[in-house]
Design a protein around this ligand. Sequence first.
Ligand SMILES: Nc1ncnc2c1ncn2[C@@H]1O[C@H](COP(=O)(O)OS(=O)(=O)O)[C@@H](OP(=O)(O)O)[C@H]1O
Length: 341
Amino acid sequence: MATYPPRSGAPIPFKVIEEQEDHPSQPRLEDYDDFISTLPFEKGSVPSRKYQGFWYPEGFLPGAMAIQQRFKARPDDLFLVSFPKSGTTWLKALVFATMTRKQYPLARHPLLSLNPHDCVAYIEERFAIGQASKVEALPSPRILSTHMPYSLLQDSVAGSGCRIIYIARDPKDALVSFWHFTQKSSPKLNKIPFTEAFEAFCEGKFPFGPIWDHLLGWWRESLKRPEKVLFLKYEGLLEEPVANVKRLAEFVGCPFSEEEEEGGMVEEIVRLCSMESMKSLEVNKVRKHGPIYQFANSSFFRKGVKGDWRNHMSPEMARRLDVIIEEKLQGSGLTGWSSQA
Ligand SMILES: Nc1ncnc2c1ncn2[C@@H]1O[C@H](COP(=O)(O)OS(=O)(=O)O)[C@@H](OP(=O)(O)O)[C@H]1O
């Protein structure tokens, strides 16, 4: 796997560090298990514990706690943050391709042989399996990803000056996508009927939920510090991928030159990271990702459309969820996902 040697000035795939023996995984320093076993429990599709107001999957919770305890962001870190199934994989690919475009020609890009999750480390997972040292060994600038709500991550990023991109999606589609994911991605997840997942989601007793608190924490931070926290919507990326890739390139400090734009570089990145292209790659058909749940790489790529909730929810169910979301987000200025629109 040493086919992608570090290139100065740009992020490198996390996989490079993961496979280096001079940064061995450490056993977990703290054992959080006793404490975790005392927290409220929901079996659901992914057994989760309620921790600091959020339902965290048991597999990732020790990682989130270890991050809170000992992780400090660097000023040049970039975090990609999301509620799961909101476009994380796509955002990882787009940002990684954008930031490494000068180091890795697109025709021989690491994304052609690595899943986006192998390029951008999911920090709760890495800390949970004792790979904090590998996250530390990743040279700057690092791109890291997390599903942590703002309130849980804030101390680790406070005052660092790091940048954050949050991607949000219509909660109805995020729920449908999550449910499909749990049906086939990993034998370690529980298969539950959609109606059960829907009820749990509406009650907020859902992995990483309540979704409204997840959205609000990061939305408010993006309003407070727009130069450091960029809030994107999955639907916006679908509608205007080129404009949004230019926007995120500017945000991360590597805007496209006129020459690049005229030469079609932005469109090439969009094409490389498209659902069609990603799905067709061998690495995304055959391999598994993730040391804890061992997700099939293929399970990160399904339909990639807006409004698939219509195939799973009655208009009444959609309205009920809309009302909950609208009430919770009321007054925040975050809108745009009504089923009536
Ligand atoms: N390249 C690309 N373009 C558009 N859409 C894409 C792309 N890659 C993944 N997807 C869709 O994103 C959904 C998976 O969400 P996440 O990537 O956030 O999942 S995860 O949190 O990382 O597990 C899931 O949405 P659904 O299709 O609705 O299930 C994926 O299909």
